[in-house]
Design a protein around this ligand. Structure first.
Ligand SMILES: Nc1ncnc2c1ncn2[C@@H]1O[C@H](COP(=O)(O)OP(=O)(O)OP(=O)(O)O)[C@@H](O)[C@H]1O
Ligand SMILES: [Mg+2]
Length: 479
């Protein structure tokens, strides 16, 4: 008999994608009315490294399982108070999914079959060998773990790609595209989308999902560098190529060799730099600034921009040939307001994410708060949503619910003025507004909607009742 059962080993035999985490000892609940069996089973299983709890009838087993959620249960069938079969049924009805190994009387094939039908993972018939117990238990736990992992991975695939969360139709087509280019070596990808829609995240995902994921991923922000610096950053320069060039310097095209270059904010690149970049892309070769030797450009190219490049091309601000060259694989990230059905998922995702860092008791989201978030227009897209949730997790960590009152006024407010909004938030019309009129109209709408209930109207407007009264007087409302 193995005296050194390492359950952590069992854990790491699984699929290659499962993280190798050290698992805590498995907890087993042993239920049998015979004291001697309880004793020998628990002694044996403790010796095998399990943490064991014992109970002596089905009723106690049910209570303990619901309370402690053990990793596995060993269950005798013939017991007073509540027999094992009833207990098994109630366990499953109560949502206990832990694998159950039942103990049947010798030759009781019928009951073994019945128990399996009710969801038992395995059975042992009396008298049993203790080695058989550990073996069946270990197999049952492993099977359960694999099943849980599979459903987790499925859930993950269904709601995202890597760390990119989404299940709306538009995001699914993004994920489809990402899966299709996984096999492509050094793809040329153009990612477009408003600020905060996840362009950086997707660029990383393209690299990490591709055959070059082990090689460098280098990023350069074209918006923050002046033209001459971009050129030497990308191509490198020879010693003495210009006044400050005291040493030869390799460029990012060289550093990223075999990997991926991410050119962020490509829309900001100057026309002459666009020309040089295009030449390098087409020839797949380049020279260091001031150099004569041709070097190979051996890297995947991912460019991103929050501008509409087609329009930039039309206006003559972006080279058409470069645009076509880059847009071989175009990925357009939808704005968050265009995929509002992803908002609840993202809210849950970010609450989970920040809960890991901050001890907080947030467990759910109030429906009115969720509704406000779904209606809001999110001009800053996912970055804005993420920041809002982070702030709430920090400031309201003692609350169990994320409530409407926790949300910043622009999100709460968006709800009260649908006529002004594109979809939720305010858009200042080109011709401007009269702010007093807007205020008066919103006050009136809030009062109408709440049938004159000032407390409720104040809440809709995100102000105190005192502030509401003051404004009602100012605008001569509610008389
Ligand atoms: N689908 C998503 N799932 C989870 N997190 C996301 C998703 N999209 C974006 N994020 C997160 O939102 C934030 C903003 O994303 P990112 O920096 O990729 O946006 P961006 O499009 O590059 O914005 P900018 O144009 O301003 O550079 C990041 O913290 C990112 O991790
Ligand atoms: Mg970015």
């Amino acid at each position: 008999m193995s005296m050194n059962p390492s359950h952590t080993d069992v854990a790491s035999h699984g699929g290659s994608r499962s993280p190798r985490v050290e698992r805590a000892a498995q907890r087993v609940l042993v239920c049998d009315d015979e004291e001697l069996i309880r004793w020998s089973l628990s002694e044996h299983l403790r010796g095998e490294g399990y943490v064991v709890d014992t109970v002596s009838n089905g009723r106690e087993c049910l209570d303990a399982a619901l309370r402690e959620s053990p990793d596995a249960i060993v269950l005798d069938l013939k017991m007073p108070v509540m027999d094992g079969m009833t207990c098994l049924q109630k366990l499953r009805e109560g949502g206990v999914t832990a694998p159950v190994v039942v103990i049947t009387a010798h030759g009781a094939v019928e009951s073994a079959i019945e128990a399996t039908r009710l969801g038992a993972s395995a059975y042992l018939s009396k008298p049993f060998d203790l080695r058989e117990v550990s073996l069946k238990l270990e197999q049952a736990i492993e099977k359960d773990r694999v099943a849980a992992e599979v459903s987790y991975l499925r859930g993950r695939q269904w709601s995202g790609y890597g760390s990119i969360v989404g299940r709306s139709a538009s995001m699914r087509s993004v994920f489809d595209m990402l899966r299709r280019i996984e096999e492509v070596d050094a793809p040329t990808v153009l990612i477009t989308g408003e600020s905060g829609t996840g362009k950086d995240l997707v660029a990383q995902a393209v690299h990490n999902g591709g055959p070059r994921s082990g090689a460098p991923f280098v990023e350069i922000d074209c918006a923050s560098l002046p033209e001459n610096l971009i050129e030497s950053a990308l191509f490198g320069h020879e010693r003495g190529a210009f006044t400050d060039a005291k040493q030869m310097k390799r460029g990012l095209f060289e550093v990223a060799r075999g990997g991926t270059i991410f050119l962020d904010e490509i829309g900001e690149m100057s026309p002459s730099m666009q020309a040089k970049f295009l030449r390098a892309l087409e020839n797949r070769r380049f020279k260091r600034v001031g150099g004569v030797v041709d070097l190979p450009l051996d890297a995947g190219i991912i460019a991103a921009t929050n501008r509409d490049l087609a329009i930039e091309v039309e206006r003559g601000r972006f080279r058409q040939d470069l645009y076509y060259r880059l847009a071989i694989i175009p990925i357009n990230l939808p704005a968050l307001r265009q995929r509002a059905d992803d908002i609840p998922l993202l809210v849950g995702h970010f609450i989970e994410h920040f809960r890991k860092r901050v001890a907080c008791s947030l467990e759910g989201v109030d429906p009115s708060a969720l509704e406000a978030m779904v209606r809001y227009s999110w001009p800053g897209n996912i970055r804005e949503l993420r920041n809002v949730i982070e702030r709430i997790v920090i400031l309201h960590r003692d609350d169990t619910m994320l409530r409407l009152g926790h949300l910043p006024p622009e999100i709460r407010f968006g709800q009260a003025a649908p006529t002004m909004a594109g979809r939720g938030g305010f858009v200042l019309p080109d011709e401007g507004v009269n702010l007093e009129d807007v205020e008066r109209s919103l006050l009136q709408q809030a009062l109408d909607r709440t049938h004159g209930n000032q407390t409720a109207a104040a809440r809709l407007l995100g102000i105190t009742r005192y502030a509401l009264r003051y404004r009602m007087e100012k605008f001569d409302l509610g008389k």
